[in-house]
Design a protein around this ligand. Structure first.
Ligand code: SF4
Ligand code: SF4
Length: 350
């Protein structure tokens, strides 16, 4: 799966709907291991990646917090990775607990684990509580996983009438190869399953494949941040999104919200909701932060590059020493800015 936090939006209504949904979503990235090693992976996941995987003990701890999260306004959990099915026992515990509490759930997966009918049905049985399967397949996945194998998972989901959608990274505009694969996917899904297109972004491993491609000409990245909600990583740390800053630039950017293994998820989510700088970039994008940095006249605080995609800008904005993050966080926390954010948020997100 390409790990974008959103399938794209077509206009103001869709944009607002997505931002409002993010206010009530919580993402669990349960491992960075993955059987595949896609060239465009923004989390640089793969079979060789070391690190934690969500444990049943941690899942049970988080599950105990779900009623309080529901009371605080959470209505949806997303499971992603890496390949989240590699953390099957923990995801099964959390998904079942979410269903008991009344939270909807979705899982982002390539289906690389669906290697046989028996393996597929075993996973679908264990994760019967999952409401929606968010499947990723495109020409980058296809180098690692046969389309026929992906279609076998589609058929299994269809047979059980389990809700699902497909998202595919394509070039802008789509290449002949992209269009041919999209046609094949449409033939496999039938007409009613959403197929979302998204572009490859210069984040994670995808930055390598795009290194020699000149960025497209156009205006600087001024779209708002489209985080789909705070992310609880497999090691318990809590970040701002499951997109560019899910794993990149840790220790440099200002959007870290503690450790879920030792602290309350409700408090961490509240910190995500109240962070003035994150609220600013979610409401109006990076125009003001870039203006503030320019006004300092300090060359060390200026972005080295000015990408045209918001998450690409966000990933490369933060210096190693954290000066940019500290300056912008302080500036966004000024009372006159927060008062404007409060007004705008009431207008747009409620
Ligand atoms: S399937 Fe998803 S997580 Fe795994 S390598 Fe490919 S893009 Fe990354
Ligand atoms: S703009 Fe930054 S915080 Fe927002 S989704 Fe992109 S990478 Fe994450």
């Amino acid at each position: 799966m390409p790990h974008a936090s959103h399938p794209g939006y077509a206009g103001a209504d869709e944009f607002l709907a997505m931002q409002r949904l993010a206010q009530s979503n919580l993402v669990f990235s349960v491992t960075r291991r993955c059987p595949l090693h896609c060239d465009h992976c923004v989390t640089s996941s793969g079979p060789e990646v070391a690190g934690d995987t969500l444990t049943v003990a941690d899942a049970a701890r988080y599950a105990a917090e779900l009623p309080a999260l529901y009371d605080a306004g959470v209505r949806h959990l997303t499971f992603t990775g890496g390949e989240p099915v590699l953390a099957l026992p923990g995801v099964a515990v959390l998904a079942a607990a979410a269903k008991r509490v009344g939270l909807a759930t979705s899982i982002v997966t390539s289906g690389a684990w669906a290697v046989s009918p028996a393996a597929t049905l075993k996973v679908l049985d264990r994760l019967a509580a999952i409401d929606h399967w968010d499947l990723g397949f495109d020409r980058y996945h296809q180098k690692e996983l046969a389309l026929s194998a992906f279609c076998a998972l589609l058929r299994a989901l269809q047979a059980r009438r389990i809700a699902h959608s497909v998202r595919a990274c394509v070039e802008t505009p789509p290449s002949e190869e992209d269009l041919a694969l999209l046609d094949e996917l449409r033939a496999a899904t039938g007409p009613d399953v959403p197929i979302y297109r998204q572009s490859v972004r210069r984040i994670g491993r995808a930055a390598e494949i795009l290194r020699r491609v000149a960025p497209a000409a156009g205006p600087p990245a001024l779209e708002p941040c489209l985080s789909s909600g705070p992310i609880v990583r497999e090691d318990g740390s809590i970040g701002p999104c499951c997109s560019g800053l899910a794993y990149e630039r840790r220790g440099c950017h200002p959007f870290e919200f503690g450790d879920a293994r030792g602290n309350s998820l409700v408090s961490a989510r509240e910190a995500w909701l109240r962070d003035p700088l994150l609220r600013l970039v979610r409401l109006v994008g990076f125009a003001y932060p870039l203006k503030w940095l320019a006004e300092t006249g300090d060359p060390a605080l200026q972005p080295a590059l000015m990408p045209h995609k918001t998450c690409e800008l966000c990933v490369q904005l933060w210096d190693r020493e954290g000066r940019v993050g500290r300056y912008l966080s302080d500036r966004a926390a000024r009372p006159e800015v927060v008062a404007q954010l409060d007004r705008l948020e009431r207008e747009l997100f409620s």
